[in-house]
Design a protein around this ligand. Structure first.
Ligand code: FAD
Length: 118
């Protein structure tokens, strides 16, 4: 962990960024209108080009380019699942455990079912 007043390293930047991304999905509408879907697509597209870790951004863009990994923004659940898959892609690349995407909403929206976040 770098001292709090220093520029973030790749890990700190990553943790903060995933927190923002998953939290956006957690509050994304269950039934987004066309403007909201466009906003989500544009945000992800800009994010993937501006992300301040160059090789991370390049790999993220490459992953999103294939049709099967195109952002899914038609509902909160779809968007949350898609972000979870994107995050798992990075987890796999870094040799980390994969996250169970059926539980993304417990982690980022409702709190775990065992009540530990209550
Ligand atoms: P993080 O991976 O930051 O995760 C934070 C928390 O999210 C975890 O504690 C867990 O509770 C939860 N979580 C974990 N997986 C998931 C999931 N699949 N879905 C939902 N929640 C989950 N780092 C590199 O070294 N090289 C890279 O190429 C790279 N690319 C990145 C690309 C992007 C778009 C982003 C946002 C980050 C990237 N990072 C990269 C950073 C990396 O993903 C981690 O954030 C960093 O290594 C710190 O990891 P961590 O173990 O603290 O937890």
């Amino acid at each position: 962990q770098p001292p709090p007043d220093c520029p973030p390293d790749v890990e700190q930047l990553g943790r903060s960024s995933w927190t923002l991304l998953h939290s956006i999905a957690a509050t994304y509408p269950e039934k987004p209108n066309p403007t909201q879907q466009q906003d989500a697509r544009q945000f992800i597209s800009s994010f993937s080009r501006l992300y301040p870790c160059h090789w991370c951004a390049t790999d993220f863009q490459k992953w999103m380019k294939s049709a099967e990994h195109a952002p899914r923004v038609s509902s909160r659940s779809e968007f949350g699942q898609w972000l979870c898959e994107a995050h798992n892609e990075v987890n796999a690349k870094l040799g980390k455990d994969l996250f169970d995407c059926t539980r993304w909403e417990e982690r980022w929206c409702t709190g775990w079912k065992d009540g530990r976040c209550d």
